[in-house]
Design a protein around this ligand. Structure first.
Ligand SMILES: Cc1cc2nc3c(=O)[nH]c(=O)nc-3n(C[C@H](O)[C@H](O)[C@H](O)COP(=O)(O)O)c2cc1C
Length: 376
């Protein structure tokens, strides 16, 4: 069923209002099927390098609402090299073997054999639910230097060869791909790439509605995401870009006919966003933003998980950026950031959070909080 076929009664403002007696009418969005994996609700937590590690995923899982979570992208070549050196698994696979399913692991490279080898290990040894391949990363080290990620959008036939090989190696574990609209605005070729990805046996495609040249400039172009849908025969389409509220998630389904949506930056300081979006899709009252005290407690819980894994020193450094994300959009965030960005020890971290974590209400509606990180 397409969302455009459904009657949607609530307006955007209804959907962003905290729990009220006038709950939105039920919105029947069918669960997304990625091969044998049921993604319910069809809201996916995006892969984000440097952010979506086990600790972040665990926090999101505790709030609920993400039907499928993803790791940070893993270098397939790096993984093979570490194995040859008899080193430990990549840090980016922290927690993957033990944690709850469904879980997707994303990998990148440009060599079908290397990707197939790693994909097979992820599927068989790690027993992940979904193996995702990155064809969208515009960062120079991945794209221009390693001729991977978004660089490959120039060569749809190469993408096809990679997907086909990885699908074969991972079967029956489903393989998905994540792309941008194209390399640049004058070279948008997402429809062509999507058709190739589908013909090569992928179980779903995620499209970030920007081009590689855009990086994060401008807004995501959802019209061009929607334009892909009529060209697909069986493969579900997941739309991604700029979703930062429950209302926008509902709008994405309603207006653009996607089968699923993926949320990235907006969830970094607001891991409860999935829960809010899921409630909106189910027609339930949207849980209000947690109180400032609850947000602070969430940050400290996140910090404890990171320190447990990396130790207090490294954990403190790693958590600086997350601490800033949690404060973002709150009154006093800038002041907090200047302190949080400098902390070196656990004692300092806890003291800064205790003394300077914003006490004020949201500066702006949660809806329009602009996410911080812009490095993809
Ligand atoms: C810090 C950061 C790291 C990212 N890392 C990845 C990644 O590892 N793999 C990937 O496919 N996309 C990555 N992305 C892109 C996001 O998954 C997503 O496509 C993009 O941020 C647009 O969605 P949004 O507007 O909801 O943030 C990253 C984005 C950011 C901001």
């Amino acid at each position: 069923m397409r969302l455009t076929d459904l009657t949607i009664r609530p307006t955007s403002s209804d959907l962003t209002r905290p729990s009220s007696p006038a709950a939105p009418a039920p919105l029947l969005v069918p669960p997304l099927r990625i091969g044998n994996v049921v993604v319910d609700p069809p809201i996916l937590q995006a892969p984000m390098a440097g952010y979506t590690n086990f600790a972040f995923r665990q926090i999101v899982r505790e709030f609920g609402g993400a039907g499928l979570q993803a790791t940070e992208m893993v270098s397939a070549r790096g993984f093979v090299w570490l194995t040859e050196q008899e080193c430990e698994n990549p840090d980016r696979l922290w927690g993957v073997k033990e944690e709850a399913r469904p879980l997707a692991v994303q990998m990148w490279d440009n060599d079908p054999e290397t990707l197939a080898k790693v994909g097979e290990r992820l599927a068989k040894e790690y027993e992940v639910s979904v193996v995702d391949i990155n064809f969208g990363c515009p960062v120079k080290d991945v794209s221009e230097r390693a001729h991977s990620g978004s660089y490959l959008l120039r060569f749809p036939e190469k993408i096809g060869a990679i997907v086909e090989r990885v699908v074969k190696a991972c079967a029956p574990t489903p393989v998905t791909a994540k792309i941008r609209l194209g390399c640049s605005r004058d070279k948008i070729n997402a429809i062509e790439v999507a058709k190739v990805v589908e013909a090569s046996g992928a179980a779903a495609l995620t499209v970030h509605g920007r081009t590689a040249a855009d990086f994060f400039k401008g807004s995501a172009d959802w019209e061009n995401i929607a334009a892909i849908k009529p060209h697909l025969k069986r493969m579900p389409l997941i739309g991604n870009g700029d979703l930062d509220s429950a209302a926008k998630v509902v709008e994405a389904f309603r207006r653009y006919g996607v089968d699923g949506v993926m949320i990235a930056r907006a969830s970094l300081g607001r891991p409860w966003l999935f829960q809010q979006a899921a409630a909106a899709l189910r027609g339930q009252p949207i849980p209000p933003e947690p109180t400032i005290e609850e947000q602070k407690a969430c940050l400290l819980h996140h910090y404890a998980l990171v320190c447990e894994r990396f130790g207090d020193e490294r954990g403190t450094t790693l958590m600086r950026k997350f601490a800033c994300n949690y404060a973002q959009g709150l009154k006093g965030a800038r002041f907090f950031r200047t302190h949080a960005a400098k902390v070196l020890t656990k004692v300092e971290f806890l003291a800064v959070v205790e003394e300077h974590f914003p006490r004020g209400q949201n500066l702006v509606a949660a809806d329009s909080r602009i996410p911080l990180p812009t490095n993809p």
